[in-house]
Design a protein around this ligand. Structure first.
Ligand SMILES: [Zn+2]
Ligand SMILES: [Zn+2]
Length: 275
C-alpha cells in the first residue's frame, strides 16, 4: 500500500458516443438460445488528473456509422467537448487496437502521440489481412494513416506490458486481435482496467464466453484471467461495449446521465439501478 499512496488517483470517464441494435446470438461464439435484443454501445475513455490527460481510443465518425449501420449519438469530438476537452488539448492517445470503432478519428488530434502494440500494427498490415474474416473490422485507410504516423515518429510502440505514465499502463491481451492492449489505471478505489474488446460485455469475462469476431479463442479466454489479475476486483474491470457501463456508474453530472460516467468511484448500489 505504501507504493500505491505515491501514485496519482486518476479520474476515469467512459463517454458513450454511438450505439447499435443487436440480439444475443450475435455476440457469442456458438450463438445463444435466447433470441432477445442485446444492443451494443460504443465508448471512448478519458483518464485525467490535474497534470495529465490520456484519451483511450478515438471512436468513429458519421461515415463509419452509415457504412456499418450504427447510430452515431455524438461525434467523438463532440463527446470530448462535453468534458471541456478540445482535440488540440490531447497529447497522449492509447489505441487499444486498430478496429474501425477504436481508431476512426485518429487524424483529428494534431498534437497527440499514440500508444500502440507492435503486434497490432504487424497484424493489421500482415498476412492475416488477406482474410475477410480478419480484415472486416479494420478500415485500410485507418491502418494506412497509422503507418503514416509511424513514419512521422508519432507512435510509441509497446511490446507487451508498458508503463505510459505514473499509475497508468498498457497490457497486450491477444485473442480478439493479435495485438489488443488493455489499460490499467490507478484510481481512488484501486486499479481499474479498461478492457476494451478484450471483453465486449460483462458476460464475456464473467461467464468465460467469447465474442464471435476473434483471432484466437484460447488467448481470449486466457485474457479474462489477465484482466482479473490486473484489476483490484471483478468490479474494477470495464468491458468495451456493454450498455450496462453507463447504468452501473455515476454520471459525471446530472445532465450527462447515460452519456458520461465516472469509473473511478465504486459502481452504484444495485438498489439505485433498479429505480
Ligand atoms: Zn475490436
Ligand atoms: Zn470494438
Amino acid at each position: 500500500m505504501a507504493e500505491a499512496t505515491a501514485l496519482p488517483d486518476y479520474e476515469v470517464v467512459a463517454l458513450k458516443y454511438a450505439t447499435r441494435a443487436g440480439a444475443r446470438p450475435d455476440h457469442f461464439v456458438g450463438g445463444d438460445p435466447h433470441e432477445v435484443p442485446m444492443p451494443m454501445d460504443y465508448y471512448l475513455w478519458v483518464v485525467r488528473d490535474a497534470k495529465r490527460l490520456f484519451l483511450v481510443d478515438t471512436g468513429f465518425n458519421a461515415d463509419m456509422a452509415v457504412k456499418r449501420h450504427r447510430t452515431l449519438l455524438r461525434t467523438p469530438a463532440e463527446a470530448l467537448g462535453l468534458l471541456g476537452i478540445g482535440s488540440h488539448d490531447v497529447e497522449q492517445i492509447v489505441i487499444t487496437h486498430l478496429h474501425n470503432d477504436h481508431v476512426g478519428t485518429f487524424d483529428e488530434y494534431p498534437n497527440a502521440r499514440f500508444h500502440l502494440q507492435d503486434d497490432e500494427m504487424a497484424f493489421a498490415t500482415g498476412r492475416y489481412m488477406c482474410c475477410e474474416r480478419f480484415n472486416r473490422a479494420y478500415e485500410v485507410e485507418h491502418v494506412a494513416g497509422m503507418v503514416r504516423l509511424a513514419y512521422q515518429d508519432r507512435i510509441d510502440f509497446h511490446r507487451g506490458d508498458a508503463e505510459i505514465g505514473p499509475g497508468i499502463s498498457v497490457h497486450r491481451i491477444g485473442g480478439h486481435t493479435a495485438g489488443l492492449q488493455a489499460v490499467r489505471v490507478h484510481t481512488a478505489r484501486g486499479w481499474v482496467v479498461l478492457a476494451s474488446d478484450a471483453s465486449h460485455y460483462y458476460e464475456h469475462f464473467e461467464k468465460k464466453r467469447c465474442f464471435p469476431l476473434v483471432f484466437h479463442v484460447g488467448e481470449v479466454l486466457e485474457g479474462y484471467a489477465r484482466l482479473l489479475a490486473l484489476a483490484d476486483s471483478p468490479q474494477h474491470v470495464i468491458p468495451g461495449h456493454d450498455p450496462l457501463v453507463v447504468q452501473r456508474y455515476p454520471a459525471l453530472s446530472p445532465h450527462l446521465a447515460g452519456i458520461a460516467v465516472r469509473l473511478d468511484p465504486a459502481p452504484l448500489p444495485t438498489e439505485a439501478l433498479a429505480s
